[in-house]
Design a protein around this ligand. Structure first.
Ligand SMILES: [Fe+2]
Ligand SMILES: [Fe+2]
Length: 300
């Protein structure tokens, strides 16, 4: 039942690596605002995706469907790799004079303490909190699929000369988000599926994402060593949306009723075919596949 039957593909983690020496601080040339708005991903995802993995390991015993269990295990492998790949961008930012630690320390606190296991006794309270978090992850994955689909189609970034390594990181990740976009929602429907919980946790996740994103963009703009009085404003967001270098506010708003519709299924968002095609051409993903094939043939 997991993944839509017609397009189900086994999920595997690709052991990618990126080298950041040649990537400039403003990897979208002449556009620090767009660069830093997208850079917020590097602040949120390492802690956020490790939190997904932490929560999902606890929910595995509740899965009664073998195929869904396989998908969840594949999902865990992919998210762990995403967290690591984004984490590796942070030292590069620091070398370029932009120390992300004050912000990432807060994000770590949020995921480890506020959204962590808490000291709940076994029983109803602990189960309730686990289900809340499973539902929150489903809501967040609606947005990671939305962003994944967007980045795969954001040709304006190519036209404006975006750094190819950063684009590959974003598109490899975005393609895997599209590839596994049904897993979190199907897991939530399998272990709970309550509509009130879906709506409530969507509201929490959406509010938190908007809050963290605008704070992260402001943090980067204010601390960018090349900018005097760097700021991030809603007007910049609209401008980048119109230019095609960020998703538009309209697209983001239209994504809300889709998730809250009772007939929602993530397979309606994005294209598995496009995601798989990107992964087959991504420099990082193809290098990872070659290295894996070499290892399985007995190479070192
Ligand atoms: Fe991810
Ligand atoms: Fe994901």
């Amino acid at each position: 039942m997991s993944n839509t039957a017609s397009e189900r593909i086994p999920l595997k983690a690709r052991n990618v690596s990126f080298s950041w020496e040649d990537t400039p601080l403003h990897w979208l040339p002449g556009d620090p605002f767009t660069t830093h708005t997208i850079n917020v991903l590097h602040l949120l995802l390492p802690a956020g995706e490790r939190w997904f993995v932490h929560v999902y390991k606890q929910v595995l015993p509740y899965i009664k469907d073998e195929r869904l269990r396989e998908d969840v295990i594949g999902f865990i492998g992919q998210e762990a790799m995403h967290a690591q790949a984004h984490d590796e961008v942070l030292p590069h930012l620091k070398e370029r004079g932009l120390d992300p630690t004050p912000y990432t320390a807060q994000v770590d606190w949020l995921f480890e303490k506020l959204l962590g296991d808490r000291t709940l006794p076994p029983g109803r309270a602990r189960h309730w909190w686990l289900m809340e978090r499973v539902a929150m992850i489903a809501a967040i994955e609606h947005y990671t699929a939305f962003l994944g689909n967007w980045i795969l189609n954001a040709e304006e970034l190519d036209r404006r000369g975006a750094d190819p390594t950063m684009l590959d990181l974003l598109r490899w990740h975005g393609a895997e988000e599209v590839e596994h976009r049904s897993v979190a929602f199907e897991l939530f429907m399998h272990v709970d599926g309550g509509y009130r919980r879906r709506a409530r946790t969507w509201a929490t996740a959406f509010t938190a994402l908007v809050f963290l994103w605008q704070r992260g963009a402001r943090f980067f703009m204010a601390n960018d060593p090349t900018l005097v009085h760097g700021r991030a404003s809603l007007r910049d967001l609209h401008r980048s949306g119109r230019a095609g270098t960020l998703p538009t506010a309209g697209d983001m708003i239209r994504s809300i009723p889709r998730y809250l519709s009772r007939g929602y299924h993530p397979s309606q968002e994005g294209s598995t075919e496009q995601a798989v095609a990107y992964l087959a051409s991504s420099p990082a993903a193809t290098a990872a596949e070659k290295a894996a094939a070499h290892r399985s043939n007995g190479g070192v």
